[in-house]
Design a binder for this molecule. Sequence first.
Ligand code: ARG
Length: 464
Amino acid sequence: MSAEKTNQSWGGRFSEPVDAFVARFTASVDFDKRLYRHDIMGSIAHATMLEQAGVLSAAERDAIIEGLTQIQGEIEAGQFDWRVDLEDVHMNIEARLTDRIGITGKKLHTGRSRNDQVATDIRLWLRDEIDTILAEITRLQQGLLAQAEQHAEVIMPGFTHLQTAQPVSFGHHLLAWFEMLSRDHERLVDCRTRVNRMPLGSAALAGTTYPIQREITCRLLGFEAIGGNSLDGVSDRDFAIEFCAAASLAMMHLSRFSEELVLWTSAQFNFIELPDRFCTGSSIMPQKKNPDVPELVRGKSGRVFGALMGLLTLMKGQPLAYNKDNQEDKEPLFDAADTLRDSLRAFADMVPAIKPRIEVMREAARRGFSTATDLADYLVRKGLPFRDCHEIVGHAVKYGVQSGKDLAEMSLDELRQFSDQITDDVFAVLTLEGSVNARDHIGGTAPNQVRAAVARGKALLAAR
Ligand code: ARG
C-alpha cells in the first residue's frame, strides 16, 4: 500500500501518514472549494469577534483579515493552488493564510472547528443561492403576467384527462403557472428563515471554552438567529433537505409546464411557437425543430428529486453530532440549486418569447364540444334538473359526433330535437366567448377576471 506523506493538521496523534488513496477518497476540496467566499466571510467575522472577545490582538485580527482578503483575490484570479492533500476548502485556505502571514494564521481556528465552520459556510452559501433563485422566480412570473395580460382574450381548449373539456382563456392557463410559482416563492422564503440561523460557535460539538460572543458573529454575518444547541448546530442538515424539498416542488412545476410546452409545440397540437433560439434541430431529419429546453428541464427534475432522497437517506441513520457522512451533503445540494436556478433562468428567458397560434387554439376549442357544459347550464336556467340536462346534452353531442357538427353549428331545429326548452337565445351560450365570459368570478376564466388576476399578480410582485 502506498503511503506517500500527506499534510495533516492532526499529525500529532498519528504514527503513519494517511494512505494516498484514502486522502483522495476522503477529500472534498474538488467540490467544496466553491464555498470559498462564504468560508472567508465566516472567518473574517470569527476573527473580528475573537478580537472583541480579547482572544486576538487588533494587529493579529488585521493580519488575518488582510491575508484572507488577499487569498480571496488569488482564488478569484485563478492563482490559488488547491491541494487535495489539504482535504477541503477550509484547510486549504487556512494553510495558505499561515503561508502568507505566518504563525498568526494558526490562531484563526481558535474557538472554532471545521464542524461549525462548514455548517456556517453552507448556510451562508445557500442563503445567497436562494436569493438568486427567488429573483429568477420573480422574473419568470413577470413574463407570465405580461403574456397573460396580452392574451386574456385568446381562447384555447381547457383539458381534463387531456380531453377537450371547456374553453379557457390562454391568459388564464398561463396564470395557473403563476400561482404555482407564487407558492414556490413562498416556500423558499420560508425555508430561508431556517437556513439563516447560525451554527458558528458550536465548535466541534460541545461549544468552546473561549469567551466567544456569538451575537457579534451573528450580526456580522447577517444571520437572523443563533442556533440554540451546539450538538444540533454542527449536525443539523434539515435546512438543506427543506431546500431540496422546495426545489423539488418547483422543478415538478417546471416539469409539468415543460410537458405542456412540448405537447403544444408538436405538429398535432400546434398551439404555440417557440423561437428557434430555444430549440435545436435533428442531425438526420431536416424538418425537425425540437423543444429541447422544456424537454431538458423536464428531465432535470429527476436529479433534484434525487438530491432530496439522497439527503434524507444521508441523514436518517446519523447519531449526534457531526459525522463525516455530512461531507456528502454538498454535491446533491449544489446540484439541486444549480439545476433549479438554471431551469428557472431558461424559462424566464423563454416564456416572454412564446407565441400562441391564436387561430389554431380557437379552432381546437370550437371542435371539441367544449361548450357542452354551457348548454347543460343553459337548460338548468330554464328550470330542468342538472342530471337531466347532462343527459340531453349527451345526446346532442352524440348527434354532433355522427353528423360532424359542433354544437354551435347545429340549427335551432336540430338542437330542439333534444329539448324543446332550447330557444334562439341558446347560441349566445354556445359561443366560445359566451362560455368564458360566463365564468366571471374570482379565479374564473372570464377575460375580465384574468385581467383582475394580472393586477393582483403585479401587486404581489411589487410587494416582494
Ligand atoms: N470537509 C468536511 C465536510 O464537508 C468539513 C468538516 C470536517 N470535519 C471533520 N471533523 N472531519 O463536512
